[in-house]
Design a protein around this ligand. Structure first.
Ligand SMILES: O=C(O)CCC(=O)C(=O)O
Length: 249
């Protein structure tokens, strides 16, 4: 496949600042480059049961460690460092640099494989609610298939990033995991379908979630987070995450 055109990044930056999110129609990576990243992630999901329990989480109900229902792997690039060498990683970095400026750092990444035909809604939230360091940041959501509304594409509330962090409610999900969430009226949300080769990006303060996968194949997505926070805060964040990991949170 011929290399697609690089995205009009400054337009993306403008949209993220004004509306809190943007659709990037093309990351400028080839199908083979996407496949390389997906193969590495597939490898991680295939050894889900061997990963630490707090890093390989089942978002669904009734599965086992060997056969999770809605598997999510946290810190994918820690367990599979070759992900950091992929064209997709570099492309996501380019988008983050465009939006946040030259001093961006990758802080975290995770991937969710949502099977078809299950509820599997991702609750409304702000990423900042999960990061008490409140880094100024950006998430780049990369799908490995065309993702239409019925496949569970990302959903955003325009301009919701402008008012900072709002208090989240806490509920215990069906599998016993605690989940922060926001109540959002459906009519205030915008669905953002995304084709293979593109991405959606959002500010850490943007209200977002994702619909159920009512399509016919697994909805695979890799989410890469970037931040401009200075080194001492990034170190503090790493230490805090390691401590939470030790106590199983
Ligand atoms: O992929 C999804 O379903 C949601 C991802 C998301 O909300 C996040 O990474 O914060």
């Amino acid at each position: 496949m011929q290399r697609p055109a690089e995205p009009a990044l400054s337009d993306v930056a403008r949209q993220v600042r004004a509306r809190g999110f943007a659709h990037v129609p093309s990351l400028g990576v080839t199908t083979a480059e996407l496949r390389e990243a997906q193969d590495l992630l597939d490898g991680l999901f295939s050894r889900f049961d061997q990963l630490p329990e707090d890093k390989a989480v089942d978002l669904g109900v009734g599965g086992t460690r060997e056969a999770p229902v809605v598997p999510e792997v946290l810190d994918c690039s820690v367990f599979e460092p070759r992900l950091r060498q992929t064209a997709v990683w570099r492309a996501a970095h380019r988008v983050a640099r465009d939006v946040l400026g030259p001093d961006v750092h990758a802080t975290y990444d995770h991937a969710i494989y949502k099977p078809p035909g299950l509820a599997g809604v991702t609750s409304w939230h702000q990423d900042a609610a999960f990061d008490l360091q409140q880094d100024h940041g950006l998430a780049v959501w990369v799908p490995f298939q065309d993702t239409a509304v019925q496949d569970g594409c990302m959903r955003y509330v325009p301009r919701s990033h402008l008012d900072g962090l709002v208090p989240h409610a806490l509920r215990t999900g069906p599998a016993g995991k605690e989940v922060f969430y926001l109540d959002v009226a459906d009519e205030s949300a915008e669905d953002v379908p995304c084709s293979l080769g593109g991405a959606t990006v959002h500010d850490f303060y943007t209200f977002h979630g994702a619909g159920s996968n009512l399509g016919s194949s697994v909805r695979r997505a890799w989410v890469l987070d970037f931040s401009t926070s200075p080194l001492p805060r990034r170190v503090a964040r790493k230490v805090k995450r390691a401590a939470f990991s030790l106590i199983g949170r």
